[in-house]
Write a protein that binds this ligand. Structure first.
Ligand code: EPU
Length: 348
């Protein structure tokens, strides 16, 4: 394993901010992951595990310890009952896997097309979009447990998936390194046309769109919101949604919608878990005095989606954090709600 020193991390993220890694290694195999963990332990280096870098804000100081980039490859398919199981290396590019599943005519993740990042990152925050989330199709997760040094296969129930959370970013944060994810997809299954944007698109169609068409349309919708990485488009230099959509109790929801009604507004919301509602964070941002495109030369809100903070030109992590705090402050003043950030902050 090649150990590099002072490796810039910004190019390894979609937001492109942050300082260097003091030490940096890439692991192509499970054995190499274990080796890197031992190395960090023996030299007393703080370990940062890096996947696709699509949901990360790295501090300007960078990472003082060892950064381990997971590059484990491979997509293997086998049948189990009426499902096709795909065992996918954590280092595979997520969208490449979605394209592969669609080309095999297997449904279950077609609406998750065009999401940047690696397969290993998908269980962590239970990636979701357009009415699907990975919790619906993940069968199990193979992970190295840093507590006992063993590799464990965690079944989906053990992962405790909820909206944008799992054990990997809550109760057991930092404990596991994800090595491989097994997806159970449905051969010949129908695409999930559940989300308003997709229903609108396919509204006039009298035949069911194919998985491939659904994938293309999802990518088009994402591109129109600058949520598809398009080289040269500065609105894509982001970490995706910077804030989570707040999940409110019925009581909190009533209070917020009354506050909106007093301004003659109606807040977009979706049913969430039992007796809860999820409201649009993008809407809250836009109704707290920010317009799309707000900001300065370096950092701003995307011109195409109010929930993305973008690195316009040579932004620092400090620029991004200052804008995040300004947004949180104003939203809290106007709506008495604290927006929670969605990306992972490292080295702060
Ligand atoms: N809206 C605005 N202003 C905007 C954009 C949206 O007011 O600039 C309002 C509109 O009312 C719109 C509603 O927000 O109908 C929902 O917008 P959108 O469909 O774009 O979805 P979102 O709730 O903002 C979530 C996920 C995205 C995912 C989309 C599509 C979160 C935090 N974000 O965004 O995920 O792609 O739904 O399903 O849950 C990500 O997590 O990084 C991410 C991009």
């Amino acid at each position: 394993m090649l150990i590099q020193e002072n490796v810039p991390l910004a190019p390894l993220t979609t937001l492109k901010v942050g300082g260097p890694a003091r030490y940096f290694v890439q692991a192509y195999t499970i054995a190499e992951v274990s080796e890197a963990v031992s190395l960090a332990r023996s030299r007393n280096l703080a370990l940062l595990v890096l996947g696709g870098g699509s949901n990360l804000v790295i501090s300007d100081a960078g990472w003082p310890g060892l950064v381990l980039k997971i590059t484990i490859p491979g997509i293997e398919e086998r049948s189990q009952g009426d499902k096709s199981l795909f065992e996918v290396g954590a280092g595979e590019e997520w969208d490449k896997f979605v394209a592969h599943a669609v080309s095999r005519n297997c449904s279950g993740i077609e609406c998750l097309s065009g999401i940047p990042g690696s397969v290993g990152g998908t269980p962590v925050q239970n990636v979701g979009a357009y009415g699907q989330e990975v919790a619906e199709t993940i069968e199990s997760v193979l992970a190295l447990d840093l507590k006992d040094g063993q590799v464990h296969e965690l079944c989906k129930e053990a992962c405790s998936f909820r909206y944008r959370t799992s054990i990997f970013n809550t109760s057991e944060r930092g404990r596991y390194i994800i090595l491989r994810v097994t997806y159970a997809l449905t051969p010949g299954g129908e695409p999930a046309i559940l989300y308003a944007d997709l229903k609108k698109y396919f509204g006039g169609w009298n035949t069911q769109p194919s998985l491939a068409t659904t994938r293309e349309v999802v990518r088009q919708i994402r591109a129109s919101k600058a949520m598809l990485i398009t080289p040269g488009d500065e609105d894509c230099r982001s970490a995706g949604s910077f804030f989570k959509n707040p999940v409110l109790s019925d009581e909190q929801y009533k209070e917020v919608s009354n506050r909106a009604a007093a301004k003659g507004l109606q807040i977009p919301s979706y049913p969430a878990l039992q007796a809860q509602r999820k409201i649009s964070a993008a809407w809250l941002v836009e109704h707290s005095g920010f317009r799309k495109g707000y900001g300065n030369k370096r950092a701003g809100i995307s011109r195409k989606h109010a929930l993305a903070i973008v690195n316009r030109d040579n932004a620092t992590a400090a620029d991004i954090v200052a804008l995040k705090e300004e947004i949180q402050r104003r939203v809290e003043e106007v709506w008495r709600l604290r927006l929670e950030t969605e990306p992972v902050f490292v080295g702060f």
